[in-house]
Design a protein around this ligand. Structure first.
Ligand code: DGL
Length: 291
């Protein structure tokens, strides 16, 4: 038999549930975040901190990562498959966490999506232009991101006088996935990649890849604290929070949010390495097959 206070508590819960349902027809829908694999969890981490009541569905294409060294056609095809998958999950907003997909497939994703789409490049470019004093901006990313010239275009749209010095860094993704954040080998590789960019006396460096925020302390050390590092995950969370506010999309419910993580390969590796990227344990990971 229930005590009177327990019954009253259950009725309260029910009323809150009914009220939340009425108010949240749209806003309780999840934010869909997608990436080529694990790296987008750095963006999820920032979103969880910045928007603690938002439900999130994440898709990481772990069976086909890395995207950064693939062709434009392939990246586009994969990106559209992921978009379709997340739209079926009824998300209210799509976030392209992967710099490579943002650089190559953003327009195609937008054309397919009836919900707003945010991507990391514009977000980081805006912060870089705001923060630079010398107007000499460095950008590091995967070969696909750098070859697309998307960062230079986004920066020049905001400031025609800015000078952009880009460097493709294909070795960083595997080093980070190995967990070698401050390994001597990573330091050597980073010094080599950053040398030409630093020679241009940049005062701002855009970390244009999901994996690079994990190397931030190392980059800070190598650049001697003279250079502002732009973390695209943080930039993304700020822009998402602004858009959600502006469009009144914020979840008005105050229950603990639901997080669902979907991957295209067996989740074991994602689960173990992902926790490093997310900075907390990964709750629900499901394996799905994309058509
Ligand atoms: N997520 C990718 C990016 O931000 C890095 C990993 C990959 O190459 O797929 O560019």
């Amino acid at each position: 038999m229930l005590l009177l206070s327990e019954t009253a508590g259950k009725v309260d819960d029910l009323m809150i549930g009914i009220r939340e349902k009425r108010m949240n027809i749209q806003t309780h829908r999840a934010i869909g975040v997608f990436d080529s694999g694990i790296g987008g969890l750095t963006v999820v981490r920032s979103l969880m901190e910045r928007l603690p009541f938002e439900n999130i569905v994440y898709f990481g294409d772990t069976a086909r990562v890395p995207y950064g060294i693939k062709s434009v056609e392939t990246i586009n095809r994969y990106a559209l498959q992921i978009t379709e998958f997340l739209l079926k999950k009824d998300v209210k907003l799509l976030i392209v966490a992967c710099n490579t997909m943002a650089a190559v497939a953003y327009q195609a994703i937008r054309d397919l999506s009836p919900v707003p789409v945010l991507e990391v490049i514009e977000a980081s470019a805006k912060i870089a232009v705001d923060r630079t004093r010398s107007k000499a901006i460095g950008v590091i990313g995967t070969p696909a991101t750098i070859n697309s010239n998307a960062y230079a275009r986004a920066i020049h749209l905001l400031d025609r006088d800015a000078k952009v010095f880009s460097q493709a860094c294909p070795l960083f993704v595997p080093l980070v996935e190995e967990g070698w954040f401050d390994h001597p080998a990573t330091r050597l590789v980073a010094e080599e990649y950053l040398k030409p960019v630093m020679a241009e006396r940049v005062d701002t460096l855009v970390l244009g890849c999901t994996h690079y925020p994990l190397l931030k302390p190392l980059f800070q050390d190598i650049t001697g604290g003279q250079v502002r590092l732009i973390d695209s995950a943080e930039a993304m969370a700020d822009i998402a929070a602004d858009l959600i506010k502006q469009k009144n999309l914020g979840n008005t419910g105050r229950r603990p949010p639901e997080y669902l993580f979907c991957v295209s390969d067996v989740p074991y590796r994602f689960q173990t390495i992902g926790e490093r990227f997310l900075g907390r344990t990964l709750p629900r990971v499901e394996m799905v097959r994309l058509q």
